[in-house]
Design a protein around this ligand. Structure first.
Ligand SMILES: Cc1ncc(COP(=O)(O)O)c(C=O)c1O
Length: 394
């Protein structure tokens, strides 16, 4: 069967793998090896020279990583994928391979805190500057472009305010400016959105989240055209941000149930968002599946589902936010996201502390903002827990 044309659930189960031919093992083999023996010097030299297929050393390639890369490339509709030791490694490796000193990045301002700090403080030390766009308006991105802009970077929906940007329109802005559009698709997952099909050049993920799905692994992935992934792979081999084989195997296992999990995350998040919208202690709910969300129509056009992330602002501000996250019983007070269990956190004092207060507030990350990664439990149980916690905030 041509898995590139199969449905996403079929791809999640079968793409990139087949029973191992020598033993019939249905579970993909875990090649927990750092190095590979050559048959003789001639074969070793040929593999090193690239004239013969084979493995040398896991930083340069590993069969378990390869299986995962093949699966993720098919799931995102890209020519090739490169797995990395974390989501941040995926982003840093991508930027390092596509841009150099003297060049420029245009990025969304509301993005994961560490990504923002990487672009705002880390890369300028090496001569790569960034301009941040505080809105989801494509025109603002166009205005931020410079002659030397090489990368346009966005998250959609974004962390933590679930802003939605028009991927197809931004791809056009990037193309006209001779830059590449990189989309962090962590929140949406390939089940809900495929940025490459909308014109993006590269997709990155923190695979530590939905792709793994069980809060037991840190990993990342870069997907795109072969020539771009080749460049990223060259950078990774030098920087050394390689994924461990066991971590790759855990992601492979998690991916098998991605379609099922994401369908439940989508369903539960919508139920939770609707409940929150009707609660008197809540000022505002951020969820692209709600008609009240400014990006709802766009999200309905470019996504197949609205995802499992919901943020909301409490009328009681900072103190209410802290009381809320301290009062949950079923939900877990923890950062990260995309786990099977519901996680709750307070971005202003946790995930987004590295973003200066002024910029945080401009981006809607207020002191009363609470972020939920809605899990796959029964929605009425999640809602009952949130209700009892909300009742304590007033
Ligand atoms: C949207 C997004 N991108 C990237 C990252 C970084 O991923 P990792 O923690 O796997 O390095 C995160 C982490 O929370 C994230 O939320």
């Amino acid at each position: 069967m041509d898995l590139e044309k199969a449905g996403p659930s079929t791809q999640a189960v079968h793409a990139g793998e087949a029973p191992e031919p020598t033993t019939g093992s249905l579970s993909p083999p875990l090649y927990q090896s750092s190095v590979y023996a050559f048959q003789d010097a001639e074969q070793g030299a040929a593999i090193f020279a690239g004239s013969r297929e084979g493995y040398v050393y896991t930083r340069m390639g590993n069969p378990t990583l390869k299986t995962l890369e093949n699966k993720l490339a098919i799931l995102e509709g890209g020519e090739e994928a490169l797995v990395t030791s974390s989501g941040m490694a995926a982003i840093a490796t991508t930027v390092a391979s596509l841009a150099r000193a003297g060049e420029h990045v245009v990025s969304a301002e509301v993005i994961y805190g560490a990504t923002y700090t990487l672009l705002r403080e880390f890369w300028p030390r090496f001569g790569l500057q960034s301009t941040f766009v505080a809105s989801s308006d494509t025109e603002d991105y166009r205005r931020a472009m410079r002659q030397n802009t090489r990368i346009v970077f966005v998250e959609t929906p974004s962390n933590p305010t679930l802003e939605v940007v028009d991927i197809a329109a931004l791809a056009e802005v990037a193309r006209k400016g001779n830059a590449l559009l990189v989309v962090d698709n962590t929140f949406a997952t390939p089940m809900n959105q495929n940025p490459l099909a909308l014109g993006a050049d590269i997709v990155v993920h923190s695979a530590s989240k939905y792709l793994g799905g069980h809060a037991d692994v840190i990993a990342g992935v870069v997907v795109g055209r072969s020539d771009l992934i080749h460049k990223a792979r060259q950078s990774l081999r030098l920087i050394g941000t390689v994924l461990g084989p066991f971590e790759a195997w855990l992601i492979l296992r998690g991916l098998k149930t991605l379609a099922l999990r994401v369908a439940r995350h989508n369903e539960n998040a919508l139920a939770v968002a609707r409940f929150l919208e009707g609660h008197p202690a809540v000022e505002r709910v951020f969820y692209p599946g709600l008609e009240s969300h400014p990006g709802h129509k766009l999200a309905a056009r470019q996504m197949r589902g609205f995802g499992g992330m919901v943020s909301f602002e409490l009328k009681g501000g900072h103190d209410a936010g802290i009381r809320m996250v301290d009062s949950v019983r079923l939900c877990t007070l923890a950062v990260s996201l995309g786990d099977v269990s519901t996680l709750i956190e307070h971005p202003a004092s946790m995930t987004h502390t590295s973003v200066p207060v002024e910029e945080r507030r401009r981006g809607g990350i207020t002191d009363g903002l609470v972020r939920l990664s809605v899990g796959i439990e029964d929605a009425p149980d999640i809602i009952a827990d949130l209700k009892q916690a909300l009742d304590r905030t007033t």
